[in-house]
Design a protein around this ligand. Structure first.
Ligand code: AMP
Ligand code: MG
Length: 340
């Protein structure tokens, strides 16, 4: 299959992508979080192609994207007041709500679960594509399953060229990590995946919000998590990542005494001057937004420079730092070295 590269800024590009979606095809779609792999959410055959193109396990459900709040009503059984309040505060934006699904949602979208994740993205190109297609759009991250999510059209092309109909280039994603997922199908509501909307922001609207165990911890082998995606090894570059918990100086001393071919670091901006090995930076030490934005690109870049062992700095699990911590811990397979 030839994969078309469409520039969203060119006339007719969004309409062309919308036509592909309506005809049951797949399009790489920019959003404010990461690129999504988009198909008509109401067409089970089209959605099956997403799983095929990504090599995604069949039990990992997809998020359904809408371009106006009212579109949620026919996709779920009912819209509780908590959903209305959350939408008012954070939609359009990087937050997914899980609710009981309606019969309109094919089982393949929800991977057989009785619930469905819904998101109203803020990216103007995503909104325009959903509106032009005239259908809700199912879209997981547009990467080969297991690899880091994609934040540029070029990265989507690298993973998906020849496997999907088109990529719609809308520039680099601003948030850089996938959406926050909160389930309203549990009481109290529960954070299933941290993202650009923080736990504190959810609590400001909902009051009590529990944090699912899978957010901070590795899952036992036979676990059945509420958010099935959490059980898969995720976001992983080819390199072996080891998180170093220490201050800046101890980190630099450790790395410099472990200098060897294939050793590199993932560090905060400015720290590259302190280390004697190849360094990829991903934002300042407390600039969690910049870390989130740059993380996946940095992970892919480490592979590009041939890194085999990567010593990484990882932020505190608070604010948007929680989302960065969650992704980086999974990329590292929870391998952490604590240094005094
Ligand atoms: P991705 O878009 O690739 O980040 O994948 C979407 C993630 O959302 C998956 O890993 C799922 O675990 C999660 N998800 C989607 N729908 C549901 C749902 N109905 N209940 C719980 N988690 C969900
Ligand atoms: Mg994904």
């Amino acid at each position: 299959m030839h994969t078309l590269l469409l520039n969203a800024a060119e006339p007719g590009a969004i309409e062309e992508a919308a036509r592909i979606i309506r005809n049951g095809g797949l399009v790489g779609m920019p959003t404010e979080t990461v690129y999504g792999l988009a198909a008509n959410a109401l067409d089970a055959k089209a959605v099956a192609k997403i799983f095929e193109a990504k090599g995604r396990p069949q039990d990992n459900p997809l998020i359904v994207h809408i371009s106006a709040f009212e579109q949620i009503r026919r996709l779920v059984k009912s819209v509780p007041e908590s959903a209305e309040k959350l939408a008012k505060a954070y939609w359009p934006g990087p937050m997914t709500m899980v609710l009981e699904k309606s019969d309109l949602i094919p089982d393949i979208v929800s991977a057989g679960l009785p619930t469905v994740g819904i998101r109203f993205p803020s990216h103007p190109v995503a909104q325009a594509l959903i509106t032009a297609a005239g259908v809700p759009i199912a879209a997981p991250s547009a990467n080969r399953s297991g690899l880091p999510s994609t934040t540029t059209a070029e990265h989507v092309m690298r993973d998906m060229d020849g496997r999907i109909d088109a990529v719609l280039d809308g520039g680099t994603c601003g948030v850089g990590v996938e959406s926050t997922i909160v389930t309203l199908a549990s009481d109290p509501p529960r954070l299933l995946r941290p993202g650009g909307i923080t736990l504190e922001q959810l609590q400001a609207v909902l009051g009590r919000v529990d944090v699912d165990k899978a957010v901070l911890n590795p899952l036992p082998k036979d676990a059945k998590p509420l958010s099935p995606g959490m059980k898969y090894k995720h976001y992983s570059p080819k390199a072996n990542i080891i998180i170093i918990q220490s201050d800046e100086k101890t980190f630099a001393d450790f790395v410099n005494s472990h200098k060897a071919p294939g050793v590199a670091v993932l560090c905060y901006t400015g720290e590259e001057k302190l280390v004697d090995v190849p360094a990829v930076c991903y934002g300042g030490e407390t600039d969690y937004e910049a870390q989130a934005r740059d993380l996946f690109e940095a992970l892919r870049h480490l592979d590009d420079i041939g890194a085999k062992t990567v010593y990484a700095r990882c932020p505190e699990p608070k604010g948007v730092g929680l989302a960065v911590y969650n992704r980086l811990m999974r990329a590292a397979g929870f391998e952490v070295l604590k240094l005094a």
